[in-house]
Design a protein around this ligand. Sequence first.
Ligand SMILES: Nc1nc2c(ncn2[C@@H]2O[C@H](COP(=O)(O)OP(=O)(O)OP(=O)(O)O)[C@@H](O)[C@H]2O)c(=O)[nH]1
Ligand SMILES: [Mg+2]
Length: 498
Amino acid sequence: MTTHIEDGYRALQTFAAHMSKVQQVSDGLLTARVIGEFSAGKTRFLRELLGDSIPPALYPVSSLERQTRLPLEITYGAEPELTLVQRANDYEINDKTVTLQTLTEFPDREATLQHNPLRHRLRLAIPESRLILKNGDGYSDDKSAKRLFLIDMPGWNSGDDLLAEGDASEIMAGFHNLALVYVVSAVRLDGLKNSERLNNFLQAFAEADFVGVRHLIVMMTHCPAAEANALQAKVKKQVNAMWAELGETSPLSMDLFSIDFEQVSAAELATFRDEFWRSLLFPLGQPMAASVSHPWVHFLHNWPKHWMLDEPLAQTHALLAQARAVLQTAAQEKNYLVGMNMTKLSGLDAPAIKNRLKETWNRQMRDTVAAAHKPLHQSIPLLEDNHPLADWWNTYWIPHLQIALRPIANFLAAVPEALNQVSPQTVDLQKHLSQQLDALHHQATQAAYSSFTQVVDTLRDLPQETPPEQTLATLLRLSLLQMRYQDHLEGRVESAAG
Ligand SMILES: Nc1nc2c(ncn2[C@@H]2O[C@H](COP(=O)(O)OP(=O)(O)OP(=O)(O)O)[C@@H](O)[C@H]2O)c(=O)[nH]1
Ligand SMILES: [Mg+2]
């Protein structure tokens, strides 16, 4: 015999599998490249931005020497995964991207030397839902969710390869750009090479294709907080002057960030992350979703309306409330028929007594579901077969709710029988009814106030404004606790396989 908790976990695994299947998101054409001189802090910046979603072994290597050799594209994946892919162009998406290898740790520069940076890329998929373009990439006709690619590029003047030393325009902009992120170290602002490359970069930027407004993000690393304002002003002036020199008359859409990753506090980093995401996604003109910690949240928010559990849960609450009302109305202060006793029935023959009692009972119960034809345990709402929680609902929720409600029907079925047995010879009406009904009433009361119905009550008491993911998490967590409790109560032990 399996335990409740084993059955529960199995049902939740089905749910998890369902959720992972729902979240297949296809590749989009849109990219945001992170570019700049070697050791400017490009990789460090991406690590700081995304750190929480990247498992330590897959942390991109950032070091004092030139490091990044293959472009690293970071995109959304339900589970973190690092792969080596063959992909020469941003438009080789979905099936056209060939996965060559799955890596268990991030390779250093040496380990990537045999691959050609013009044809190979590393791809890091992480559960960061802001890397999903909910309404598509702005290029494909279908508006379904698409993956956005943040691409960490090798630094220019990084020495030995084609890609880094080649024509800047080839690596500086993507095929379709969301924005370009230009990383510069505050300590090297004045380098000659830097201003030459900034010039190259702005040319590439001017010619590149953008999904919305041509958006530049300048990310200044190694910047002490005290000098941030002065250095930002300096960079802004430099960039605007070069932009004008290129003959560009349109104003530049530019956001500037400055930070010293070694000095920043956790709170400052959190603010920086939010502001950066807002800036990056601003060309899409979509209000930015609040940062979310779990990818399922996004899918949950996009569930079809009729999949939301509000309605079936509300119906569950209603059924339980009806059951309790029956029990309470049936036995008021231990009396099954309020105000009725044998004295009131004196002079009546047996059939007349039965009729009187039946009338009294029906009158007493008329506002409860005792008067309805369909028993409560047959009115439990169902979930569609393809609902992600169908298995859990069918194997956990429904059986437990049936157990809570069925004894009400047993009790109600026994009442006419008990009334039928009353005759002019009956000495004490209430005593007779107690003998006939107390045990069943007690059973039904226990069932209606069980560890399971406590789960139902707790959910009803959640604040109105509780977000759906929190309600669901509470529901599932409580249900697992309840199963454990029930196993304990029934002395069931988990099998070795569980
Ligand atoms: N103190 C300090 N160090 C930083 C900051 N940003 C980056 N670094 C360090 O600078 C070094 C170079 O950073 P990377 O992120 O590897 O630079 P990169 O631009 O990716 O360099 P390549 O991959 O070689 O092109 C690393 O040791 C970082 O830890 C910063 O804001 N402050
Ligand atoms: Mg790097």
